[in-house]
Design a protein around this ligand. Structure first.
Ligand code: SF4
Length: 278
């Protein structure tokens, strides 16, 4: 991140709405809200040129709190909606937000194809290894032995989803991990992700203080990646396999052509309806 954020006339407060977040006290998602507003201010992006799309879940409430165009959609479909918007409006900066349940379970298929398609989208997943909004069920990133949920009293007993490994295998061109307890570092990752031409993915470790109170201890165990980001997918795969899941920073970045459909023309609703008439 270069330049001084104070140079911008737009301040983080200009990107906050008047709506008071309903997140539990101490929820990690507050750190993402802070990082998003700082990143947008730093990049001096006019609010009318930014859209934030989300799915369903605690973290997917984010668009309500960020003063840009927003769409709080349906469960797991944020990336599909965002891809449609970007196809029609390539001039917009499109941010996509959600949680590990929304993004890696019902939305998992969209995640794979967003990675390989490489549209110019920035996807931030607030990962707390639990479904918070629906009161604490195991999610795809929950460890096999987490037994606090009544639905899985012996733990999910299946290996957890590794978001960075899946993103790499699916062709993502920017893969990073941040921690919501370090919002300035997360801001830098977001700035770099927004500026990256193509699909950028940030896994934000975001403690759920209500259903995973032990995650308050993450601040003591997160640590930066030992090496600078690599552009070699084989080396990135090696690092992911050797990692403890708590390393933060940019892991992998490469550049390939951005996918942007051509000849998209805006169509009036009545024209669309005529096309479906039988
Ligand atoms: Fe955050 Fe968990 Fe509360 Fe949801 S339930 S708002 S994830 S602390």
């Amino acid at each position: 991140m270069s330049g001084n954020p104070a140079d911008s006339l737009l301040k983080p407060k200009h990107f906050k709405t008047d709506i008071k977040p309903v997140w539990c006290p101490g929820c990690g998602d507050f750190g993402v809200l802070s990082a998003v507003t700082k990143a947008l201010a730093h990049l001096a992006l006019p609010q009318k040129d930014v859209a934030m799309i989300s799915g369903i879940g605690c973290s997917s409430r984010l668009p309500a709190y960020v003063s840009v165009y927003g769409f709080h959609g349906v469960h797991g479909r944020a990336l599909a909606v965002a891809a449609g918007l970007k196809a029609a409006r390539p001039d917009l900066t499109v941010l996509v937000a959600g949680g590990d349940g929304d993004g890696f379970s019902i939305g998992g298929n969209h995640f794979l194809h967003a990675c390989r398609r490489n549209m110019d989208l920035t996807y931030i997943v607030m990962d707390n290894e639990v479904y918070g909004m629906t009161k604490g069920q195991a999610s795809p990133t929950t460890s096999p032995d987490w037994s606090a949920s009544k639905l899985t009293p012996h733990g999910p007993s299946v290996p957890s989803f590794n978001p960075a490994a899946i993103a790499l295998a699916s062709g993502a061109t920017f893969i990073a991990r941040g921690f919501t307890g370090k919002p300035n570092d997360l801001t830098k990752l977001l700035v770099d992700a927004i500026q990256h031409p193509g699909f950028s993915f940030i896994q934000a470790l975001s403690p759920c203080t209500t259903y995973r109170p032990e995650q308050n201890g993450w601040k003591k165990i997160v640590h930066p990646f030992e090496m600078d980001a690599t552009g070699d997918p084989i080396e990135a795969a090696r690092r992911i396999q050797a990692d403890d899941g708590m390393s933060t920073g940019l892991l992998y970045q490469t550049r390939i052509p951005v996918w942007q459909p051509e000849n998209i023309v805006s169509t009036q609703v009545d024209e669309l309806e005529r096309g479906f008439q039988v």
